[in-house]
Design a protein around this ligand. Structure first.
Ligand code: UDP
Length: 238
């Protein structure tokens, strides 16, 4: 029996580190393919899918600037890292027969499409997975903010944040086994208690546009599809 979902258009946000597998750095192609299969299983249900992938597996602007690089240059390097991750995901999805477009906030025409909102909407309507790369195109932002921005622009019903854990906890569940998971939590509580969901600007942007954020584990096989059908454990921020 196929799980059913009422979602028609969603955005999946994953960190760059999710593509690393057991490596300490970079891309692990079998891991990329595993996540691509999760995306395909949801695409097969007829759900329109946007994706935003971080770049932390390759480069983070803050880390570069802490070591003496000029911050905006370091941030541009981070944005370029997300383009590499997006291309890897495109390759994996197309290997599974899912049509995709990589759409970059920083134009690089030989590599991928520039971001044009109406064109991106059309791709979604035609069933293509849109992978939004280069974050917001601006330094001092993160791909969490890019995910919230694109989810708003594309009128996604929710942001699905795939992580290593099955939701939002009151403290780090890996360090503290007694940590409590929330079934549901408000944006303001996330901000006030500094809960580890997304950075503050992303949370505020989601709150101001009433975009729910569903935090779930991408390590569970079939997890993404199950969560869309309302099964399994997750935390909803709303
Ligand atoms: N970045 C940026 N503007 C954006 C999105 C990302 O400058 O709109 C840079 C920033 O330096 C960040 C890096 O790209 O550290 C990688 O993105 P992020 O840290 O969000 O990746 P994740 O932690 O999700 O892997």
């Amino acid at each position: 029996d196929q799980p059913r979902t009422t979602y028609r258009r969603v955005l999946l946000k994953i960190s760059g580190e999710a593509l690393m597998g057991d490596q300490g750095y970079g891309l692990n192609p079998p891991t990329v393919e595993r996540i691509a299969r999760e995306v395909k299983s949801v695409h097969d249900l007829g759900v329109e899918i946007c994706m935003v992938i971080g770049g932390g597996n390759i480069f983070r602007g803050l880390a570069g600037s802490a070591q003496g690089m000029e911050r905006t240059t370091a941030d541009y390097m981070g944005m370029l890292a997300t383009v590499m991750n997006a291309l890897a995901m495109q390759s994996a999805l197309e290997g599974l027969g899912v049509y995709t477009r990589v759409i970059s906030a920083i134009p690089m025409d030989q590599v991928c499409e520039p971001y044009i909102r109406r064109r991106a909407v059309r791709h979604l309507e035609k069933g293509r997975v849109c992978i939004f790369a280069a974050g917001t195109g601006n330094p001092y932002f993160t791909t969490d903010t890019a995910a919230t921005l694109r989810a708003n622009e594309m009128a996604c019903e929710a942001i699905f944040k795939g992580t290593k854990v099955d939701g939002v906890y009151d403290r780090d569940p890996i360090e503290f086994p007694e940590a409590q998971r929330f079934d549901s939590v408000t944006y303001d509580e996330v901000l006030a208690r500094h809960l580890n969901v997304m950075d503050a600007s992303a949370i505020a942007l989601a709150r101001d546009n009433r975009k729910p954020i569903i935090v779930f584990s991408l390590d569970e096989p079939g997890g993404f599809k199950g969560i869309l059908a309302g099964q399994g454990t997750y935390t909803i921020v709303r």
